[in-house]
Design a protein around this ligand. Structure first.
Ligand SMILES: Nc1ncnc2c1ncn2[C@@H]1O[C@H](COP(=O)(O)OP(=O)(O)O)[C@@H](O)[C@H]1O
Ligand SMILES: [Mg+2]
Length: 506
């Protein structure tokens, strides 16, 4: 049992001074100063890529700063690894997976400490599983057996095991990096319970989340980061969503956030259409036409069929009845769609739109291959480099260089890579399924501007979204779906009311 008689609330526990960190040309942290006090749950918030994970992971021993000083429990702090940091009092639950798939849950939990179970070179598995199960049950996880292979668990369970593994060491400082998005209600309750215990025991927590409501609820203090700088620290009584948002983006969002006009203007030419299109179980008898220079919005509840519709337009889902046509020709499959200059941004970006383990360059150039290759074989590398560089520059994708692996980019920058891939190869029709999901406001704004620009160039944009303000803010025409059918169509106008539209969704 830990002795916390000497834990005094309000005492400085971790101090970061003048920390700097760069990745090639990208400055991730600029002269960052951060103080963490006992009994405090400090929230870090900021746009994708603002430096939250970088500063926390340096404190947790995952990587080294270029310069700066850290003091922990009154002593100079320079952890050599995450395990080393955890053994000495700072534990972090990382944004990406922090466990090993091929071994058991128990081995993951006791990784680095398995010796205690070994006698004469043999591991006492029974004892190991029992102890690991105890650890899991203690924090309220009762549906995972520690003898299971890690890789057989779903994402949420893996996250919970990771939490158990860190908590078991009873660190003085716990860092939670964007973990809650991976957790269900029950998982969240477990995590919030732990955070609360840390506060009560006068330990300290750094809590990183994208969700402003959540972070205001969970934290006592909030520090805003922007482009690697500390912008402002808010105390609980100063929490004000508008003020916090404003300091995250550093500019007013109103005004040019969405389209500023209220007209529905587009060309006469129909570029893509559906005729009596049916996919059994998902959508029925859909008739729809999109035009040159049109932003066509499609909205509804998430199971209304609109995501399937998007896939149909890209040839990724076959119709049971009816037809999908581009320039009067049947959309046979994805290869045909790509040839016909249809681009598609999937809602499930990480699995369907990107090869996470490949570089920014490979992801962008994949759709533009015919621009810089001759026949099927010869790729002109200098042209490819030029092409990729152009996309990175024009979308201001934040990466150290085009060789950076996409997995390591922030969410907003990943989404820019997907856009770059399709815009670069001159897509005439863009099907965007929830393009701004999980993307911070700054990038959102850039995407809306890009959509307007593409519209002005005469391209067709079909935006499928679960966010009504975005659909109302951007579309020339808005189609509402319900139970796989088109329920209603609205034209862009000043007088659209969200209450009326919602009435057709549910
Ligand atoms: N391993 C890395 N290699 C190259 N660039 C990186 C790496 N890690 C982070 N970055 C860059 O540093 C900046 C800060 O990233 P990060 O701390 O992950 O932001 P946040 O967690 O606030 O979203 C981003 O521009 C990101 O692309
Ligand atoms: Mg991060």
């Amino acid at each position: 049992m830990s002795d916390f008689s000497n834990r005094t609330k309000g005492e400085l526990i971790l101090e970061i001074k003048n920390m700097n960190k760069s990745f090639g040309p990208v400055t991730a942290l600029k002269n960052v100063d951060l103080n963490l006090y006992r009994g405090d749950v400090l929230g870090l918030i900021g746009e994708n890529g603002s430096g939250k994970s970088t500063v926390s992971s340096i404190a947790a021993g995952m990587q080294k700063a270029d310069s700066g000083e850290m003091t922990f429990l009154g002593k100079k702090w320079s952890p050599t690894s995450m395990i080393n940091a955890l053994e000495n009092g700072i534990g972090m639950i990382v944004q990406e997976s922090g466990t090993i798939a091929g071994i058991t849950v128990a081995e993951n939990i006791f990784l680095g400490n398995l010796n205690q179970f070994s006698r004469f070179g043999f591991i006492n598995k029974k004892e190991l599983y029992k102890r690991a199960n105890d650890v899991l049950r203690q924090i309220g996880i009762d549906n995972i057996d520690s003898s299971m292979i890690m890789g057989s668990l779903d994402f949420q369970s893996r996250k919970l095991v990771e939490i158990a593994k860190v908590i078991m060491k009873e660190p003085e400082v716990l860092i939670v990096d964007e973990t809650t998005t991976a957790l269900s209600q029950n998982g969240r309750k477990i995590l919030y319970g732990i955070v609360d215990r840390f506060r009560k025991e006068n330990r300290a927590v750094i809590f990183i989340s994208h969700d402003l409501d959540e972070i205001m609820e969970v934290c006592d203090t909030l520090t805003v980061l922007r482009d690697g700088n500390i912008i402002r620290t808010f105390k609980k009584e100063e929490f004000d969503p508008d003020q916090i948002r404003l300091s995250m983006i550093g500019r007013e969002l109103e005004g040019d956030y969405y389209r500023s006009d209220y007209e529905h203007v587009y060309g006469e030419k129909v570029t893509i259409s559906l005729q009596n299109a049916t996919v059994n179980g998902h959508m029925y008898n859909i008739n729809l036409e999109a035009h040159e220079g049109e932003i066509l919005g499609i909205g509804g509840l998430s199971h209304c069929g609109m995501h399937t519709l998007g896939k149909v337009l890209f040839g990724a889902v076959k119709l049971d009845e009816g037809e999908a046509l581009v320039d009067g020709e049947k959309i046979k499959n994805e290869i045909f769609a790509t040839k016909k200059k249809i681009g598609y941004v999937s809602k499930d970006r990480d699995n369907e739109s990107l090869v996470l383990s490949a570089s920014v360059k490979d992801n962008i150039s994949i759709a533009g291959l015919d621009i810089f290759s001759i026949g099927n074989f010869l790729v002109l590398y200098s042209k490819e480099n030029e092409y990729v560089k152009k996309q990175i520059d024009s979308l201001s994708i934040k990466c150290s260089d085009s060789g950076q692996i996409v997995q390591t980019l922030s969410g907003g920058n990943k989404q820019k890579v997907v856009f770059g891939k399709w815009i670069g190869c001159g897509s005439e029709i863009l099907v965007l399924d929830c393009p701004t999901r999980g993307v911070d406001v700054g990038v959102k704004q850039a995407m809306y501007q890009l959509m307007v620009q593409l519209k002005q160039e005469g391209k067709t944009i079909i935006i499928i979204s679960e966010e009504l303000p975005e659909l109302m803010g951007m579309s020339d025409r808005l189609i509402i779906m319900k139970n796989g059918r088109i329920e209603k169509e609205f034209l862009r106008s000043k007088d659209l009311s969200d209450a009326e539209i919602i009435g057709y969704m549910i």
